[in-house]
Design a protein around this ligand. Structure first.
Ligand code: 4NP
Length: 147
């Protein structure tokens, strides 16, 4: 299974989702490939935001080795699922879809909510972590259940 997590900057939310799902799938012995990207290109090559690195560390996950990259059309070919954090990410990514198959790969990470952008609010990182962690646990269970 190849899963790509996408947000706007690829420095706050999607690096957390990337690190959390990578960690959970490895714990379960799954041979999944996880990556993340941003629809925007402002931070290409940067480490995740220090607040995301810190909150992940608090829960035992090291995301400091990740490097920011921008979402590209080829990601539709290279991933089975593309999870986006909010409706803006959804419209940006689906606007780049070439086919119905590309479209079908893209969905909001959360089933009935969006992951809020914590960039301008330091207090939101813990909540973002918990929302993403809960959903990543469901994803691992869902995809791991036969049938
Ligand atoms: P992210 O947060 O999409 O969760 O990585 C943001 C990071 C940077 C910016 C916006 C959102 N920015 O405008 O630089």
């Amino acid at each position: 299974m190849k899963i790509l997590m996408v947000c706007l900057g690829n420095i706050c939310r999607s690096p957390l989702a990337h690190g959390i799902l990578e960690n959970l799938s490895t714990e379960k012995g799954l041979n999944w490939e996880i990556d993340s990207a941003g629809t925007g290109g402002w931070h290409i090559g940067s480490q995740p935001d220090h607040r995301s690195i810190a909150i992940a560390k608090k829960y035992g996950i090291d995301i400091s080795g990740q490097s920011c990259r921008q979402f590209v059309v080829a990601d539709f070919d290279n991933y089975d699922h593309i999870f986006v954090m909010d409706r803006h990410n959804l419209s940006e990514v689906t606007a780049m879809a070439r086919t119905d198959q590309d479209h079908r790969k893209v969905s909001l990470l959360l089933k009935n909510d969006v992951v809020p952008d914590p960039y301008y609010d330091d207090t939101q990182f813990d909540q973002v972590y918990k929302m993403v962690d809960k959903r990543c646990r469901e994803i691992v269970e869902d995809f791991n259940t036969p049938g």
